[in-house]
Write a protein that binds this ligand. Sequence first.
Ligand code: NAD
Ligand code: DAU
Length: 354
Amino acid sequence: MTGGAGFIGANFVFNWSTATGDPVVTLDKLTYAGNLDNLRMVQERKEHLFVLGDIGDCALVGALLRQHHPKAVVNFAAESHVDRSIHGPEDFIQTNVVGTFHLLQEVRGYWEMLPAPERTRFRFLHVSTDEVYGSLNPDDPPFSESTTYAPNSPYSASKAASDHLVRAYHHTYGLPTLTTNCSNNYGPFQFPEKLIPLVILNAISGNPLPVYGDGMNVRDWLYVGDHCDAIRCVLEHGRPGETYNIGGRSERANIDVVRTVCRILDEIHPGSPTVPHEKLITFVKDRPGHDRRYAIDAAKIEKELGWRPKESFETGLRKTVQWYLDNQAWVRGVTTGEYRKWVELHYGAQHQPS
Ligand code: NAD
Ligand code: DAU
């Protein structure tokens, strides 16, 4: 698993190793978004090995593949935050485009050397996003697997480029690839630069809840555990060369998401400095090029593979708010930067990434 110390990757490492008992090697560069504490539930398991490194480091990736002989590679590693891509696109090109290219090259070299039955069974699963399809108008049908790519931010353009490389490696070299395009995730271990954890943590500290523009931009929301189940399903049963859209059928305007978090907190955390929490909502300057609406048609994965989300937006959000309230040590580590000090202590200052 690459990028397994990030939000979705860490949830997936736990999900996969709990469900299958298979050994897992997690390769992660530990950027600001990577946190070894996210892997605490698997770190003690003898089946799990963490390796600090970059997906773009061909020598390291090639050596890991030969040494550990994986039956699949799942690529979560990416720069993932749209706002950061607007301020500094360079890292997005390096990791999401160049890094994915190098990873594909090494995986292809490894796969070509496998004995025939293992070559047939091998899978490269690339985790991507619905943002590659661009923005929808209110009455447009949701994104399907055949929707034309129209990325609008440096982040989504870099993910679109990586998706195209994955497609090309299947088409040209026959690499058994799978690509998943998922909507907005939320749940435990999400870095609080993204809307839902940011709003939860600001609300319980009595800080403003920044809503971009008019708050009417729409996203489709999926609980991270359901995304992990979907990836596992695609990895085990998906058809090589195919792409699968994953979504929660839970379209919400941002302002409604923020209000729902506030209402849950009013109920389960009445001791906050400002109650009702809605008083903290503050409309701020819009994100440049802000996509208006995303929506996913998940009919293909539902019909072909029988996957369906278990959580509704309301049940998943309640679990998530409770998780942030119950995991104040994790929150402190992330908000004070303590988790990064540990990386420096453990791996040395020369490995401290930007
Ligand atoms: P994240 O930012 O929380 O985690 C990314 C992880 O990748 C971090 O642990 C980071 O250290 C690691 N990483 C970054 N550059 C690396 C490199 N060059 N080499 C090795 N590791 C590197 O991201 P996330 O939200 O968990 O997203 C994971 C994947 O899922 C991404 O590919 C993202 O595009 C995709 N995705 C995310 C969402 C979402 O809502 N968060 C939705 C759909 C798809
Ligand atoms: O759609 C899938 C994508 O979802 C993933 O590919 C990305 O990796 C992930 O970051 C997410 O992208 P978004 O830009 O949709 O997520 P974010 O949490 O940054 O923002 C969600 C919405 O909330 C978006 O319309 C912008 C808005 N927003 C965000 C922040 C951080 C605010 O109104 N205020 C904020 O402070």
